[in-house]
Design a protein. Structure first.
Length: 274
């Protein structure tokens, strides 16, 4: 990208999925080498295992060392933080999550994504209290946070004003199951693209892949993207932003094909295995 635009990274959720051994990983590739391969054909991966249970520092260090320079992991925040009635009481759980070894990723630590249940309704005071608990750094590493809200009550100007005040990004979900709004808030864009279909080797039709490439470039330049749902009009002033786009859910077996197709449109060249 040019100096007037942010970096664009594209990937999938996780790297261990048996169907990918038929259409993404080379035949005969050892399972222990799958992360090495994926990280050289994608530019980011969203770690989902962290949502279900705390990982060990040694695991984060191993993932860091298996991936090339410039590669980035986003990390899904613990369900023990987000799946609670009172979010403002999550301080202890956030502390345990932060102390689990995330800092071992070093410069490969990307955004932390906090995903909320479909039943979680927007409560401005409680959500404000939660955002106050999110640490700005860990062991000298600056942290970037994104929230994925899944109840339509969040689709308000009040919610957007709140996350903007805290510098937290909102996840854009290309989905017909969850609220989908492309209003920007933090200094990066986080998109979860969830409509992949088995009938397309690239998950989305080629024309749609090209459209997502154009959207990624526009987001990186700080511009709005026509045709996406919004809560309010885009601000007139463009501000370059880093972009993270992940193909998640839908026809999961097509996620790597979609990600590599999008990266191809963006001029990404895969790296050889070490």
């Amino acid at each position: 990208m040019t100096a007037a635009a942010g970096a664009i990274r594209v990937g999938v959720g996780g790297w261990v999925f048996p169907p990918w051994r038929d259409n993404f990983y080379p035949a005969g590739l050892a399972q222990k080498s799958e992360l090495e391969y994926a990280s050289r054909h994608l530019s980011a991966i969203e770690i989902n295992a962290t949502y279900h249970r705390l990982q060990k520092p040694a695991s984060f260090a191993k993932w860091r060392d298996a991936t090339p320079p410039g590669f980035v992991f986003s990390v899904k925040g613990s369900q023990y933080v987000t799946n609670r009635r009172v979010l403002g009481e999550a301080g202890e759980a956030i502390g345990r999550f932060m102390a689990s070894g995330l800092a071992e990723l070093g410069p490969k630590l990307g955004p932390i994504v906090w995903q909320f249940a479909t039943t979680k309704v927007f409560d401005a005071d409680d959500f404000d209290a939660f955002l106050e608990l999110l640490p700005p750094q860990i062991d000298g590493l600056k942290l970037r946070h994104a929230v994925e809200v899944r109840h339509p009550s969040f689709m308000t100007r009040e919610f957007l004003a709140l996350v903007r005040r805290h510098g937290v990004a909102t996840v854009f979900a290309d989905s017909d199951k969850y609220p989908s709004f492309a209003d920007t808030s933090g200094d990066f864009v986080y998109a979860r693209l969830m409509r992949t279909e088995s009938k397309h080797k690239t998950g989305y039709p080629p024309a749609r892949i090209r459209a997502w490439a154009d959207a990624a470039r526009r987001w990186a330049r700080g511009e709005s993207v026509d045709g996406l749902p919004r809560v309010e009009p885009e601000a007139a002033k463009a501000k370059p932003r880093d972009v993270f786009a992940f193909f998640i859910s839908g026809a999961k077996e097509r996620a790597p094909g979609a990600a590599t197709a999008l990266l191809g449109e963006l001029g990404f060249t895969p790296l050889p295995m070490p």
